[in-house]
Each structure stands twice: as structure tokens, then as C-alpha cells.
Design a protein around this ligand. Structure first.
Ligand SMILES: NC(=O)c1ccc[n+]([C@@H]2O[C@H](COP(=O)([O-])OP(=O)(O)OC[C@H]3O[C@@H](n4cnc5c(N)ncnc54)[C@H](O)[C@@H]3O)[C@@H](O)[C@H]2O)c1
Length: 392
């Protein structure tokens, strides 16, 4: 299959490119390096220095013989994107090219405006490029479980049947996003559903939970091919941050009471889910939604697991509650369903102590690069309120 990966330089995009090329697909990646620039601007550099896309693609080709085509540019630039579609003629597109950080979206008006325009315009351009070149091309868009929020009923997979005054109708499951970033993921989902109904295009929306892991340590021929790995308050996902805190000998910082539950998955499962979705496209006109995670944990559970793994490595891992910079429920009901990808054949990787030992050891290898100043949250969910939350 010819697969175009938008956002192919990112944490998930680059490993997806390697994975699909290794599976024999023809792969092209597009990225405008927004994430790299934002890491410099926000003072939160990744754990490992990451070569640029042409360098990574060249290294990958030299070490494995697989090739990945690279184009550097902005998906919001429609003529640029359209040209890529005309040249490469993808049969499937994976859309990762969005601003993915909740704190970044809540920082100030400019970052909010960027998140809104970037995430919605990139999605709109993608839909139009597909419709203009080949409407059979399957769009696989990365959504987030965060669009649902934490309702006091079970979360279904995309849709909810509603009975009202003796009649029934199936709607998209109601969304209650908890940050402006999550709101844009809800809005881009609505937009995809709209165009699906209007133009009969094929779309899979993967509502993914927070991802963890690095897929190196023996599984990659060279650490320079590892994904961009952030462990900071802006771009680091919670488990990656806890692992870095443990490796640095810094307390694991829980926001508030730590009863916030979410559905998590190993980065290896992200790659498997995206490939399963690509290989099993929906019918034209069907907006298909999968909830993409394999197990749920509270933040407190995660911290305790990291502490247990740290103990096995002789690390004294402390857990510290700090004021929650976000507006969210800290203890709540959470029961999302996630059967769609399992029924397509997903074989989950669970979060075992062994997996955590591997992650901590890998981060310890680059311990000299760790910057504890990156750990504490700088962005509060308040208007014009950006400052570090005190650890004391
Ligand atoms: N990482 C997670 O835990 C997670 C969880 C749920 C959903 N997601 C979603 O998955 C997708 C990828 O996440 P990620 O963690 O790899 O983020 P990332 O920031 O590492 O990757 C996104 C990439 O897209 C690029 N990009 C952004 N806007 C672009 C544009 N207009 N044109 C071209 N390139 C652009 C960025 O430079 C970056 O390299 C995002 O849409 C995110 O919302 C991620």
C-alpha cells in the first residue's frame, strides 16, 4: 500500500514510518518541524537529539535497505499538500500533523489560536486533497480519548444510541473535552463525520489514550532512529515523565489527588493499530471510530508501578502530590469500551514491570541529558496564568 504520513517527524509519526516501510508498504512522510521549533521555544528539549527527516530517512535506508520519502512543508499550505497527493497518489493517509499538547493550547491566546487553526485547517486541507485527487483514499486520523472527558456513564466507541420520547437515534458520542487541544480534536472529528456524510469518503478516527515507550533498546538498529522523546510538562506524556523523574532521582509529581483515570497504550500498539486500520478500511461514507488504548490506570496507579520498578533497579522513588494545574475531575467513574481494534486482531502489549524496567534503564542511559527543571507544570488552566507550580 502507498501510505502518506502527515506529521511523520513526530513522536508517533517517525516510528510509524519505519514500521510500515519495514512491512513492505511504500511510505512518504510530511512534516513542517513545528514540534522541534516549539520544543526550543518552550525550553523543553527531547531526551535524545533527533537528526532531521532527510538524515533519519538516509540512516534508515543505509541500515535496513527500506526507503522513506520525505517532504518538509506545512499541511496547512494547500497547494503544497495537493502536490504531494498528485505526486505520491496515496491509498491511505495517516494524519498526525496536529498540535498535540493540552498545556501548549492553554498557555495564551497565540498558542490557542495556533492550535485551533493548525488542527482544523490541516484536517480540512487533507479532506479536500483526498476529494480532489482520489476519494477512495482512506484517511486514518489520530484522535484522542480526551474528547470524551470523564462522563458518569460508560464511554462507547464513537457513537451512542439515544432514546427520546419513544423514538431512538444514533449520534456521535457526546464530547466533553478538557482543554482547547482536546476541543480541536473533537471539532476535527465532527468535520470528518460531516464530510463523510456529504462526500462518501473513507475515514477512521482513532481515539487514542496517552502513549508511552520508546521502541528502542535492541529493537532499533541505531538510537538515532528513536522517536522524539519528551518528558517535560508541555509535550511529555505522563508515564514518559514519571519514568524520566524516576531515572533522575526526582519525585514523581502527581497532579492533585491522582485518581484521574485514562486508557493507556504502548507505542508498539499505536503502530499495530494504525496498520490494522489501514489494512481494513471502512466502507465509503462510514465514519468509523475506534477507542485506541489497551488498559486503564489512574495516575496514582501509574506512579506506584514506576516506584515498584524503580525499587528493582535500586532506585528510591518518591511520589509527591502537587497542586493540579488543570481543571479536571480527580476521582471519577471511567469505563470506556475498546473492542473494535481487538476484533481486527490487535495483540496488546501490557504495562508490566519488565516494560517499565526497560524504559527506566533506557532513560538512565541518557541520564546526563535529563533536565529536572522540565518536570514541573508551568501552565495553569486559567486565563493569562502561566507559572511554575511549586513542589513544596
Ligand atoms: N502521543 C500521544 O500520547 C497521543 C495520544 C492521543 C492522541 N495523539 C495524537 O496523535 C498525533 C501525533 O501525536 P504525537 O505525540 O506524535 O505528536 P508530535 O507533535 O510528536 O507529532 C506531530 C507532528 O506533526 C507535525 N505537524 C504539526 N502541524 C503540522 C502541519 N501543519 N504541517 C506539517 N506538520 C505538522 C509536528 O511538527 C510533529 O512532528 C496528534 O494528532 C495527537 O493529537 C497522541
Amino acid at each position: 500500500m502507498r501510505v502518506l504520513i502527515l506529521g511523520g517527524d513526530g513522536y508517533l509519526g517517525w516510528p510509524t514510518a519505519m514500521h510500515l516501510s519495514q512491512k513492505g508498504h511504500e511510505v512518504a512522510v510530511v512534516d513542517n518541524y513545528f514540534r522541534r521549533r516549539a520544543c526550543v521555544e518552550m525550553n523543553c528539549l527531547p531526551l535524545l537529539p533527533v537528526p532531521d527527516l532527510p538524515q533519519r530517512a538516509e540512516l534508515w535506508r543505509a541500515l535496513t535497505g527500506y526507503s522513506i520519502r520525505v517532504a518538509v512543508g506545512d499541511v496547512c499550505d494547500y497547494p503544497f499538500l495537493l502536490q504531494i497527493f498528485k505526486d505520491f497518489a496515496p491509498e491511505g493517509v495517516v494524519h498526525y500533523a496536529e498540535q498535540p499538547s493540552a498545556p501548549y493550547s492553554m498557555l495564551n491566546r497565540e498558542t490557542a489560536a495556533f492550535t485551533l487553526t493548525n488542527n482544523l485547517l490541516s484536517t480540512l486541507n487533507l479532506i479536500h486533497a483526498v476529494a480532489e485527487t482520489d476519494s477512495a483514499c482512506h484517511i486514518v486520523k489520530l484522535g484522542t480519548m480526551g474528547v470524551y472527558g470523564t462522563p458518569n456513564i460508560d464511554i462507547e466507541e464513537g457513537y451512542l444510541e439515544v432514546r427520546h420520547k419513544g423514538r431512538k437515534h444514533t449520534f456521535l458520542y457526546p464530547k466533553t473535552p478538557g482543554s482547547l487541544y482536546h476541543l480541536t480534536k473533537s471539532q476535527d472529528g465532527d468535520m470528518l463525520y460531516f464530510y463523510c456524510r456529504m462526500w462518501d469518503i473513507r475515514i477512521t478516527d482513532l481515539n487514542q489514550g496517552p502513549v508511552y515507550g520508546l521502541a528502542i533498546n535492541g529493537s532499533l538498529p541505531d538510537d538515532r532512529l528513536a522517536p522524539i522523546f519528551n518528558y517535560d510538562d508541555i509535550f511529555g506524556t505522563v508515564l514518559n515523565r514519571f519514568v524520566a523523574q524516576a531515572a533522575a532521582g526526582y519525585p514523581l509529581t502527581i497532579y492533585g489527588r491522582g485518581g484521574q483515570k485514562r486508557g493507556y497504550l504502548n507505542i508498539k500498539d499505536t503502530l499495530a493499530c494504525v496498520e490494522l486500520a489501514l489494512r481494513n478500511p471502512p466502507e465509503p461514507g462510514h465514519y468509523r471510530v475506534f477507542n485506541q488504548f489497551v488498559e486503564t490506570f489512574s495516575v496514582r496507579n501509574l506512579a506506584e508501578k514506576v516506584r515498584e520498578a524503580g525499587r528493582e533497579l535500586g532506585l528510591e522513588v518518591q511520589i509527591k502530590q502537587i497542586p493540579n494545574p488543570r481543571r479536571e475531575e480527580e476521582e471519577h467513574y471511567y469505563n470506556p469500551s475498546h473492542s473494535g481494534l481487538l476484533s481486527l486482531g490487535l495483540e496488546p502489549h501490557y504495562l508490566t514491570i519488565g516494560v517499565l524496567l526497560e524504559m527506566i534503564s533506557m532513560v538512565q542511559k541518557y541520564r546526563d541529558n535529563l533536565r529536572p527543571a522540565y518536570f514541573l507544570p508551568r501552565v495553569r488552566w486559567q486565563h493569562n496564568n502561566c507559572r511554575a507550580v511549586s513542589l513544596n
